[in-house]
Design a protein around this ligand. Structure first.
Ligand SMILES: NCCC[C@H](NC(=O)CCC(=O)O)C(=O)O
Length: 445
């Protein structure tokens, strides 16, 4: 049966802002306090989705979270009307209020880990929402994420949904940002690479010293068990702790794979040769392309700044791939030079397309952070919620919806504005009708 890979991008929510919440994520920290433009951010995201669907790829949309998150503020002891809760939180703990207003669910690479049916024991697509325990503002996403995914992929004959892992740092899980699938044809069983930053139970194992390792080996192993991946399907690879300490907070900041291509920086992994040997052994008969970018050509800091590896590598026709890169790659001389060379190498990557996703980049999210990949068959595609799939009509409808409900400037002190809460709920209520999601948000239940 024909299989292909669909991308589900996160729609940027109406409260998109720069709060500097992600210690270890250089862009988030360096742009903290800047004014944001939620309208522009949402439109940049929609344009990227449209561009990918125009390349002939199946493109989906995932709805954002309800923010400000009044329920969480209540759990943390704030009382009164919604307006009073926002005001008290702003005066007592503005960072907490910002965390409860973050639009961070736009980065759907962190929404969940997905294993396609070709790899799983029961022949269904498995989804586990990421608990995102390392950052408070992200740890409050997984419940609603799970509900949204269950509405988009509802048919139990094809889709299996798991609960997020226990929410503590031993099982810190950041989803597909630390997960890559390699395969021959999408329909063939592949290998799933789980890249982790540290081992929670083995304190002697190498770990970063400065910045947190957000994904643990124990979490990765649990996901592989839940998804029913056999020993020949899952590979666990330790990320180089030194690069985490230099701002590589997820593996997708330093490596990206698609089908038989693994594109990675020389410093990405702790034991590169061992990892590559295991991939070769577990994918016999597949012609693999390991494209290693040397530090002498692209210094690590340029890779982090430009997000060369937070690109999407997509298959346009058999053996012919394109790389979808943020414009920051074009604007970084070493990276631009490398990309010019890349398409001439003897690999399936033949085209480079640049996208402007600057509003997201300023919080450390590139094209790959904005999408969750779901490799699927035509039957699974037909069983997916069709209202969430991008086409001309949905693109026009969502742009109009953004124009109607989004602001073009937001600062941290605006987050206390009760009108913003109202605007956000009105927008999300309408969105659940457009995307046919039912009542997924706390304010609707
Ligand atoms: N995969 C990309 C994730 C980027 C995300 N940034 C943020 O949450 C920044 C939010 C802020 O600082 O306002 C993160 O670090 O998890």
């Amino acid at each position: 049966m024909v299989q292909f890979e669909a991308n589900f991008d996160g729609l940027v929510g109406p409260t998109h802002n720069y709060a500097g919440l992600s210690y270890g994520n250089v862009a988030s920290q360096s742009n903290a306090q800047d004014a944001s433009n939620p309208k522009e951010a949402a439109k940049q995201g929609l344009k990227k989705m449209k561009a990918l669907s125009e390349l002939g790829l199946v493109q989906g949309v995932l709805a954002p979270q309800e923010r400000p998150d009044i329920d969480t503020l209540k759990r943390l002891g704030f009382t009164g009307t919604d307006a009073q809760i926002l005001d008290k939180a702003f005066r007592e703990d503005p960072v907490l209020l910002a965390a409860c207003c973050s639009a961070s669910s736009m980065w759907t690479a962190n929404a969940a880990t997905v294993s396609p049916s070709a790899d799983t024991q029961d022949g269904r697509i498995h989804f586990t929402p990421a608990n995102l325990t390392n950052k408070f503002h992200r740890s409050i996403e997984h419940e609603v994420t799970g509900r949204i995914l269950s509405q988009v992929f509802a048919d139990e004959r094809h889709f299996k949904h798991h609960a997020a892992l226990p929410t503590n740092e031993y099982f810190g899980d950041e989803g597909a940002a630390n997960h890559t699938r390699l395969c021959g044809d999408y329909s063939q069983a592949g290998v799933e690479l789980f890249v982790y930053g540290r081992s929670a139970f083995d304190l002697k194992a190498p770990a970063p010293k400065r910045y947190p390792a957000r994904q643990t080996l124990e979490a990765s192993r649990a996901i592989a068990r839940l998804h029913g991946l056999g020993d020949n399907t899952a590979i666990f690879i330790q990320q180089n702790p030194e690069v985490i300490d230099q701002g590589v907070f997820h593996n997708d900041v330093i490596a990206v794979g698609n089908q038989n291509v693994l594109f990675y920086h020389q410093q990405a992994f702790l034991h590169t040769e061992q990892a590559l040997a295991e991939i070769r052994a577990k994918l016999p008969g597949t012609e693999l392309h390991f494209i290693e970018v040397p530090t002498t050509e692209v210094p690590l800091q340029d890779a982090v700044k430009s997000y060369l590896f937070n690109t999407q590598i997509v298959t346009l026709k058999p053996g012919h791939m394109a790389i979808i890169a943020p414009t920051e790659c074009r604007d970084t001389p070493s990276v631009n030079a490398y990309l010019n060379k890349l398409t001439g190498l003897n690999s399936p990557i033949r085209e480079v397309h640049f996208m402007d996703v600057k509003q997201s980049m300023r919080n450390g999210g590139g094209p790959a952070c904005l999408r969750l990949r779901v490799a699927m068959t035509e039957l699974e595609h037909a069983a997916t919620n069709q209202a969430c799939l991008m086409n001309d009509a949905l693109f026009a409808r969502l742009n109009q919806w953004v124009d109607q409900h989004y602001r073009d400037r937001l600062t941290l002190s605006d987050l206390r504005d009760p009108a913003l809460l109202q605007e956000s709920r009105t927008a999300l209520d309408e969105l659940t009708r457009i995307l046919q999601l039912g009542s997924v948000y706390p304010f609707q239940r």
